[in-house]
Each structure stands twice: as structure tokens, then as C-alpha cells.
Write a protein that binds this ligand. Structure first.
Ligand code: MG
Length: 374
């Protein structure tokens, strides 16, 4: 194990929690954050939320939960190698998608459209809202009362308008500073995880062919090596063998490039990381170009594939109808939401409806839609 970096996040330099709490007897503060996330209701719901394929399309596809676990495990490897705070890294990764709507990006886009006149809906911002406000678990405070560093990592992007309303955690979007190294890492681990598992899921679903995938240099490179060494390998094992090598390649590059950049910049504290003027965790230019190319390829050939589009239209209709139904009659939501929605103006009502819909799992949204139509 590497020594802890001076610029890694630590309890000694932490900006702490919004509501002061006595320290735990046997756990560190970031470990506590991680545990609170794992115990949250929003975390358990991730198992029934779409990553790319709607939950009932098949049992083997990634869900938001398995995606989040893959992100966390990739990031932990890098955190350990670089001497970063592993517990914090893991906490950010496990929480990063807590605000996702049902039905993946189609769901997010639809809810955003419904909320157009009420400040919009953004899943990343919603993840922060879940841990800051919506989880009702503790007697002494709203939300999970996570440390600043975990919250900083969860909020990956934010408009200036929203940043102004968020206080301390929104500041960096106005001042254009960077988040800590653990947050920078969690962001990239997310894209490494989905780039690779979506190749696997897309191939399994028959939406991506080996031939198409070989147009991508990251894939083609490993494909060449594996088929030379194992010419008779069946497709399923071939794909796994290629994917695990692709992950290894980009992760190794990420570790080595980041280590060199951190050494060169030599930050002595997390504050120096925040004011470094550029991100210190990242890929080499060559691997970054290939990684982005694969991302664009998946966008073009998987996320907007016609079979997926048919499903997309159906789920858009479900969410739109749920939204209009609850807006017209808030009492069709459970009591706590109905009361909160009735307490304010139209914009407040819309936000409560969006919170309720965003919290739904895929199958709950479908069931609820059916029930309301009856
Ligand atoms: Mg993600």
C-alpha cells in the first residue's frame, strides 16, 4: 500500500458536516458517510432502476446498483494506488447516482422537460438533494448529514444559478476551482465503468456486434491480442477477456498519469488541489482520446439504438402522465408528499412531484401508472 498523499482528503483538514456530531467510536468520518449511504432508502432503490436497459428487459443487465458498485471498485483500486482516502472515494461513488430517475437517461430528460417552467430537473443535483434533504432517517437533522468532501464529490456539475443557491458546496462552480482528488477520481471511474459494462450489455442484447466494436481502438487492440492467443474462444468469454483487459489498460493509465501529474504539481494539501487551476487526476492524451471515442460510439450506436428508442417513447409517456396527474391532484401521492406539495406555490408543488417521481423504481413507476389509469 502506498503512503497517504499529503493532498488527499483527511479528517484533519475536513470541512466537516453541516450539523456538528460527536465522532464515532470505531469508524472514521468518511467510513460513516459510506455506511449512511449504504443504509439509505435511495441506495436500495438503485437495484430496480435502469442503467441502460429497463429493469425487466433481462436479469443480467447492469442496474444502477451494480453500476455504482463497479464504479466504487474501480475507484478504490486507483485511490489505494495513489494514496488517496479510500473510504471517501467509495462513499462518493456509491452515492453518485442516488438522484437518478427511473428509466435512466430517458427518464431524466422527460422529468427535466416536465420541470421546464419550475427550475428543471438534473439527476446529479438530485443526488445531492437526496443526501442533504430527502432521506429522512435521523432525529437530529434532515438528510444524511454527510461531510463536505463527500457532498463536493457528489455534485459533479452545476449551473451558476443553482450553484448560488447551494452555499458552500456550490462555490467552486462560481469560483471555477477544482474539487478534491477523490472527487476527480470518482468522476472518471464512473465513465470507465459505464464505457466497459455497456459494451458487455450492448453485445449481450445483440445491439452491438464484434465488427462494430472493432472500430474502437481500445477494443480492437485487446481483440487482436486475445484472438491471437486464444483463437477458438467463444464470443461470451472473448468479450469478457477483452473488457477486463480494456478496464485494466485505462485504469493503469489513469494511475500512472495522475501520479505523474500530482508529483509534478506537488500540492501539499487538499486546498492546493482545489486551487491548482486544472484537474490532476486524468488519463494520458492518447488514452483519453480513445476513451472519449468509445463514449461517443456508445452514444451513437447503443444509447440511441432503435430498439431502445421504442422503449424510450413508452417510458417517456409513463413519466409525463404521472407528472400531470400528480400536479392536477396532489392527494394521489402518499400523505407526506401530498402535504408538502399542498403547502406551497405551483413551483414548490412541482418540485415535490419531481422528488416523488425521481425516487420511484422502474417497476413502481409502471405499476403506479397503471393504477392511476384504472
Ligand atoms: Mg453513473
Amino acid at each position: 500500500m502506498r503512503e497517504r498523499l499529503a493532498a488527499a482528503a483527511s479528517e484533519a483538514t475536513s470541512r466537516g458536516r453541516r450539523y456538528a456530531e460527536p465522532p464515532a467510536e470505531y469508524r472514521g468520518e468518511y467510513q460513516r458517510d459510506r455506511d449512511r449511504i449504504v443504509h439509505s432508502t435511495a441506495f436500495r432503490r438503485l437495484v430496480y432502476k435502469t442503467q441502460v436497459f429497463v429493469n425487466h428487459e433481462g436479469d443480467l443487465y447492469r442496474t444502477r446498483l451494480t453500476h455504482s458498485l463497479e464504479v466504487a471498485q474501480i475507484a478504490r483500486t486507483v485511490a489505494l494506488a495513489l494514496g488517496l482516502a479510500e473510504d471517501l472515494t467509495e462513499a462518493i461513488c456509491l452515492a453518485h447516482d442516488l438522484g437518478h430517475t427511473p428509466f435512466g437517461h430517458a427518464g431524466q430528460d422527460t422529468l427535466n422537460e416536465c420541470m421546464r417552467d419550475y427550475g428543471g430537473f438534473e439527476h446529479n443535483l438530485q443526488s445531492l438533494r437526496v443526501v442533504d434533504k430527502l432521506e429522512a432517517k435521523y432525529a437530529d437533522f434532515p438528510g444524511l448529514n454527510l461531510t463536505f468532501e463527500t457532498r463536493e464529490g457528489i455534485l459533479k456539475h452545476c449551473s451558476k444559478n443553482n450553484a448560488r443557491k447551494l452555499g458552500d458546496v456550490g462555490k467552486r462552480f462560481l469560483e471555477r476551482t477544482q474539487p478534491g482528488l477523490e472527487a476527480q477520481l470518482a468522476d472518471l471511474a464512473d465513465s470507465i465503468a459505464y464505457n466497459n459494462h455497456d459494451v458487455d450489455d450492448g453485445f449481450r442484447a445483440g445491439l452491438l456486434s464484434l465488427e462494430q466494436l472493432c472500430s474502437q481502438s481500445l477494443f480492437e487492440h485487446e481483440h487482436r491480442i486475445v484472438t491471437e492467443r486464444y483463437p477458438k474462444l467463444e464470443d461470451r468469454r472473448l468479450i469478457y477477456e477483452i473488457i477486463r483487459r480494456m478496464i485494466n489498460r485505462v485504469v493503469t493509465d489513469l494511475i500512472e498519469t495522475s501520479r505523474a501529474r500530482i508529483e509534478e504539481a506537488g500540492p501539499e494539501s487538499i486546498e492546493e488541489v482545489r486551487s491548482a487551476g486544472r484537474r490532476l487526476v486524468g488519463f494520458s492524451p492518447e488514452v483519453e482520446a480513445r476513451h472519449l471515442s468509445l463514449k461517443r460510439f456508445l452514444n451513437e450506436h447503443l444509447y440511441s439504438h432503435e430498439k431502445k428508442l421504442a422503449m424510450t417513447e413508452k417510458v417517456q409517456e409513463v413519466l409525463r402522465e404521472l407528472f400531470t396527474t400528480y400536479m392536477a391532484d396532489v392527494t394521489r401521492m402518499p400523505d407526506e408528499f401530498a402535504t408538502a406539495a399542498a403547502a406551497g406555490d405551483e413551483s414548490r408543488r412541482a418540485r415535490v412531484v419531481a422528488d416523488y417521481i425521481a425516487g420511484m423504481t422502474d417497476r413502481y413507476a409502471l405499476k403506479e401508472h397503471e393504477r392511476l389509469q384504472a
